[in-house]
Design a protein around this ligand. Structure first.
Ligand SMILES: Cc1cc2nc3c(=O)[nH]c(=O)nc-3n(C[C@H](O)[C@H](O)[C@H](O)COP(=O)(O)O)c2cc1C
Length: 361
């Protein structure tokens, strides 16, 4: 297999195996509505085999940052419809990453006076507040068993909204220390009820959310992102046996659904942990080896050619190169990403990275 071979993920045919990784960019304004800037940014990147959008909140209590888009209100759905139309018109495919931030957030941003999580714990470090300041992460409200069905229903509503907006698929965010990962990690989940205390019970909410979404919009339009042992934001997974058992429970619980894809962020994509998830879950694997080194054409090609993954999620190179696939096909030079504008509020570092043709001219 080659990076530029076609691939089908559930219902969605991809022109190549270079997937735009989910990338938070915080340009969606106070009300989380995708506007012209997001339309242009995503349409510029339609040459990617599949775009997975930035983490998008399903409902206000799952919102982590100002500037993050949502997929809850009529205005947000209409904004995403414009994004989807522009990407499709340019020949691309697009899935939305649905992200409930859980305890990674601030009451001034969730608007409900609280952040929620698996347990009444605070994430380490600081978080941005609505006024642009910084505060320590608050201690979360521990979701009760009675509240969990509402969270599941909120993910389902968001997934339905995504389909209404014309997006091709959804990726549920089970990675990077956000709500679903907070349940998976024993460091952030101290529960002893039906949702904690064993690998199977920590995996339960993930299986419930993904199953409910798959039932609502079709498993062939549903994927999930996982990041086992990507020890971040306090969702730490230090015990290798415990981690293997938890992700085995996730994979076995999701296998009967026949998902469109599983997207795994892990340093060792060739290792047993990731490859076991892949074979057990029985869905195509999108892989990303994490933050320590930026994904390169060489790494991505090798992963696909060796059969380690079915497709590669590419982050920073996709930020900096709107025409990344064309550049990789031609083995051409690339723009370097500018971290200073990753989360800047406007077009700078967002829609103004030049194409190769523009550089040449
Ligand atoms: C600016 C920035 C924002 C990111 N936002 C998200 C996000 O919203 N959801 C997510 O799952 N991962 C997010 N990530 C992680 C990327 O999807 C990817 O895993 C990471 O950038 C490593 O891949 P790379 O080496 O190709 O950049 C983000 C990374 C960066 C650099």
């Amino acid at each position: 297999m080659n990076l530029f071979d076609q691939l089908t993920l559930g219902r969605t045919p991809l022109d190549n195996r270079v997937v735009m990784a989910p990338l938070t960019r915080l340009r969606a304004g106070e009300h989380g509505v995708p506007d012209d800037l997001l339309v242009e940014h995503y349409a510029q990147r339609a040459g990617m085999g599949l775009i997975i959008t930035e983490g998008t909140y399903p409902f206000a209590e799952g919102r982590t940052w100002m500037g993050q888009p949502g997929i809850e209100t009529a205005e947000q759905i209409a904004g995403w419809a414009r994004v989807a139309d522009a990407v499709h018109a340019a020949g691309g495919r697009i899935a939305v990453q649905i992200m409930h931030g859980g305890r990674i957030g601030h009451p001034s941003i969730t608007g409900t006076g609280r952040v929620v999580s698996a347990s009444a714990l605070a994430a380490p470090g600081e978080v941005r507040t609505a006024d642009g300041g910084k505060a320590e992460h608050p201690v979360a409200h521990e979701l009760t068993e009675a509240e969990i069905p509402d969270v599941v229903a909120g993910f389902v509503a968001a997934a339905r909204n995504a389909i209404e907006a014309g997006l091709d698929a959804v990726e549920l965010h089970g990675a990077n220390g956000y709500l679903l990962h907070q349940f998976l990690s024993p460091a952030s989940n101290h529960r002893t009820d039906g949702y904690g205390g064993s690998p199977e019970r920590r995996a339960r909410i993930v299986i419930e959310v993904v199953s409910a979404v798959a039932e609502a919009i079709g498993a062939d339009r549903t994927g999930i992102r996982l990041s086992p042992q990507h020890d971040i934001q306090g969702a730490v997974e230090t015990d290798a046996d415990e981690t293997a058992a938890t992700y085995a429970a996730v994979a076995e619980g999701l296998a009967p659904l026949g998902l469109a894809f599983v997207d795994v962020l892990q340093a060792d994509l060739r290792g047993e942990l990731v490859q076991r998830i892949r074979s057990s879950i029985g869905a195509p694997l999108i892989g990303n080896s994490g933050f320590s080194a930026q994904t390169t054409r060489e790494e991505a090609s090798a992963l696909v050619e060796e059969g380690v993954v079915d497709a590669v999620a590419v982050g920073r190179a996709a930020i900096a190169n709107p025409d990344l696939v064309a550049r990789w096909r031609a083995d051409a030079q690339e723009n370097a990403p500018e971290p200073a504008t990753f989360y800047a509020p406007d077009a700078r570092g967002y829609t103004d990275y030049p194409t190769l043709a523009a550089v040449g001219a």
